[in-house]
Each structure stands twice: as C-alpha cells, then as structure tokens.
Design a protein around this ligand. Structure first.
Ligand code: NOJ
Length: 473
C-alpha cells in the first residue's frame, strides 16, 4: 500500500452538462436545441429517449448541490443551456438566467466553486436551422450569449469555459453523424471546426469585455493519445500522426500557435480545412487564455490497413467512430491493445493520461504559462444495483478513477501544472446517442423515482477530496 498526497490547493469536483441532467425541456421559456430535434428523429438515440426529464435536476437542484457538499466536493462544472438562456438564440430569457443564478448562489453557499461552461452542445434549434456551426453568423451569436451571461453571473462565477469538446461539435456532429445535427459531410465538419474555434475566440473577447471583474477564461478540449501499433513500422507511425492531427493538433495549434498544422491542412485538404478562415481569425482564436480544460477518456493504437482495405470508420477519442476522409482514405485503422474496456468499449490505460499531460505541458500549456485542469475523466460500467439501489463499483469505476488520479499525481511530480480534477460524472445521465443505457455517475440515478444513491466510487472519491490523499493498494 502507498499513499499519494495532492497539493493543498489542488481541487476535486464533479462535472455535468445541462442537456444531460436538467430535464424541464419546455419549462420557463426554454425552447428546443439541436439535441431536442435530434432526439425526435427516428433511430438517432439507442433507447429512443430524450432530455425532456433526464435527471430532473432543474427541479432538484438544491438537493443535488447538498449532495455534492455531503461528498466534500470543492468544485462543480456545469453548463448553461443556451436554449434556456436565449431560447431563440438571441433574446434573453430572464427565467433561464434566473435558474443559473440560483444554482450559483446555492453552490457558493455550500462552499463549492462554480465552473461554468457556456456551450456543451445544445445549440438553440433556431440557430441550427440557420446553418448551425457551418455558418459564420453562429460564432457572433455565441459571443453575444457569452457577454450577456457574464454580465449577469460574472460577479459570482470566477471561471468561464467557452466550449466543451469542439471536436465532438464538429467532426462527430457534421461528419460521422453520431451527434446532432447528424450530418455526414466532411466539408461541413471542417467549416464547423473553424467556426467553433472562432466562437471560442470571440467568446473570450466578449467575456473579458463584459465581466464585472477579473475572471478566469478557458476552453475544454478532448484528447486522445495516438500510438503507432508497431512503432518500428513507418506506416503505423504515420497513421498515429494522422490521428493525433485530426483530434489533438487541429484544435490545439490554432488555440496556442495561431495556425492549423501544415500536415493536418494537407490531410484534410479534400474536405477543405481552413477554407472559410478570414484574415484576422487566427489572431482572435489564439488570444491568450488563462486555463486549459482537458477531457480524457482513452488513447488508442493505430496502423495502416492492408492494401485494398475498404475505408471505414475508426475509433477516435472517447471511442467515437469517425470516417476516414480526414486522415486519407485507406490509411488508418484502429488496433486493439488487449486492454480492459469500459461499457463504452473504450480501452482503459491510465498511463495514457500521464503521457497526454506531459505532452500538453511540453508543447502547449507550459510555453503559454497556463495551468491545466482535468475537466472530465470517468467511466461507464454495467452497474448491478442491490435491492436498495446501491452499486458496489469498487471493482471497475472506482479502480478507473483511482488509476487516473494516480496518473495525474505522476504528472504533477513531473512538473506539469495541473490544478484540479473533475470526475465525469456526478450523476448517471443522458449519454447522448446512447440515451440512458450508459451510466457514468459516481451517484446512481433511479430514473423511475429520481432517487440519488451514491456508489462505492462516490464514497471513495469523497475520501480523496477531503483528505487530498490517494491510497493505492
Ligand atoms: C465527454 C462529454 O463532454 C460528455 O458530455 C460525455 O457524457 C462524456 N464525454 C462521456 O462520453
């Protein structure tokens, strides 16, 4: 047995997202988002569910905050629903703002730091119908939304994240069709990637301009660690390079270096990466931020497929499937590393998180002099509740979290500036295209009764959060 001690100011907390937990889909002026519309389409969601009720957090918010306090959590990352705050994408809905204002007050009262994400995928459908992330107008509407909200909540919310996982809102949504709006058009996806980056940059400007005081501003990106299946095979090394470019560097380089990487521009030339960029965009996109939020679930190994293989979908970060046009047809395939897998079929290897953090620090955040916060990390497993609804996940989810916390500690010891860890997720919730069939919570939600029942992993995480110590077997 050994014990790892985290720095006294390192914070532990949990993360959620509006569409995944709030419910109250048509209450108090909220209007549909692109995810409501997507759920209404046949066969988009595995269990044909939607977000109309979800975890009913909208009505149970004070009790959910009390639960976090009981667990000793020090920070809570939530997202605001643009469709609740500005139901038509442009006009402020006071009742919507009021919900988040009450949430923030409740958190501060409980001694929990609010960490606000402005965009976690629920674009107002009204803007979706005008072209969503494939048109240049949307980033400007986003900046208006950011500015309005910070002028209302900036007095009490210190940390603001513009976007959550722009890779998912672009490639996964406009190319692989797995997420709303479900398109399968590579050109739309690369345009969306650019407009999301521009939205981030314009959002940072608006946040800084309209905040009533100094705030901390950042973005959350999701990452993979791309390994060559055979490091001695140049074709596999090139396959891993392409995956790294398509997931990590296509966002990190514009944000930190003000340009798309040359090799990724060439890999995605057919789709037209960067073609909608205008002069001045990159300066806006690469304006300094104060913190990088990192979401990490898994890495993977990649190889060049055999000659004549059919181009197909391969797994990216979080195991999502995406088409090959971005990495060149017939050039890449995912290769199993024979590791344990979660209920999402994602490989588990915590060593990849330490590798990722060291790399981000060396190439991006270190040179920029900014810290990293893990804004999401966690795992879905097929929970087996006992008669009381209690889930003993000490053999899987708890182990996943423990190993990844140890990886964060290792990175800290290597000099990486990591300031906090937010587990995904506080509650079981609506897992996008998987509906309610995948459970990521450290707290079980009984969807019949809406009862919340902390799992073994919640008790474990609460101990770590309180003591700042991690005991390894
Ligand atoms: C990342 C996303 O931000 C979150 O919404 C999702 O539920 C988790 N990954 C798990 O897939």
């Amino acid at each position: 047995m050994s014990t790892l001690t985290f720095p006294e100011n390192f914070f532990f907390g949990s993360a959620t997202a509006a569409f995944q937990i709030e419910g109250a889909g048509d209450e108090d002026g909220r209007r549909p988002s692109i995810w409501d519309a997507f759920c209404d389409e046949p066969d988009r969601i595995l269990d044909r569910s939607n977000g109309m009720v979800a975890c009913d957090h909208y009505h149970r918010m004070p009790a959910d905050v009390a639960l976090m306090k009981d667990l000793g959590l020090q920070a809570y990352r939530f997202s605001t629903s643009w469709a609740r705050v500005m139901p038509d994408g442009e006009t402020l809905n006071e009742a919507g703002v009021d919900f988040y204002s009450r949430l923030v007050d409740e958190l501060l009262e409980a001694g929990i730091k609010p960490w606000l994400t402005l965009y976690h995928w629920d674009l107002p459908q009204a803007l979706g119908e005008r072209g969503g992330w494939t048109v240049r107008e949307t980033p400007y509407r986003f900046a208006d939304y950011a500015g309005e909200l910070v002028s209302r909540l900036g007095d009490r919310v210190e940390t603001w994240t513009t976007l959550n996982e722009p890779w998912c809102s672009s490639f996964l949504s406009y190319a692989s069709g797995e997420h709303a709006p479900g398109h399968t058009n590579p050109s739309e996806a690369v345009d969306a990637a650019h407009y999301l980056l521009l939205a981030h940059g314009l959002g940072v400007q608006a946040l800084r301009a309209k905040a009533p005081r100094d705030i901390t501003v950042g973005i959350t990106t999701n990452h993979t660690v791309a390994h060559p299946a055979d490091p001695d095979n140049p074709a596999d090394v090139d396959a891993a390079r392409r995956i790294d470019g398509a997931f990590n560097r296509v966002f990190l380089d514009p944000l930190f270096k003000g340009e798309y990487p040359a090799d990724v521009l060439s890999d995605m030339a057919e789709a037209g990466l960067g073609q909608v960029a205008r002069e001045g965009d990159m300066a806006i996109i690469s304006a300094p931020i104060d913190v990088l939020g990192v979401n990490f679930y898994n890495g993977g190994a990649h190889a060049a497929p055999e000659a004549n293989a059919t181009p197909k979908l391969w797994p990216g970060p979080g195991g999502h499937l995406i088409g090959s046009p971005f990495v060149g047809s017939e050039t890449v395939k995912g290769v199993s590393r024979d590791l344990p897998r979660t209920a999402m079929d994602w490989e588990v290897d915590a060593a990849d998180l330490a590798i990722l953090l060291r790399r981000l620090h060396a190439e991006y955040t270190g040179p920029a002099g900014i810290p990293i916060v893990i804004t999401e990390n966690g795992a879905a497993y097929d929970d087996q509740p006992d008669a009381d609804g209690y889930v003993d996940d000490s053999g899987d989810r708890l182990v996943y979290i423990r190993e990844h916390l140890a990886a964060v500690h290792e990175a800290l010891a290597d000099g990486v500036d990591v300031r906090g860890y937010l587990v995904w997720s506080l509650l079981d919730n609506f897992e996008w295209a998987f509906g309610y069939t995948r459970r990521f919570g450290i707290v079980r939600v009984d969807y019949e009764t809406q009862e919340r029942i902390p799992k073994a992993s919640a008790r474990f995480f609460a101990d770590v959060a309180r003591s700042k110590q991690l005991t390894l077997p």
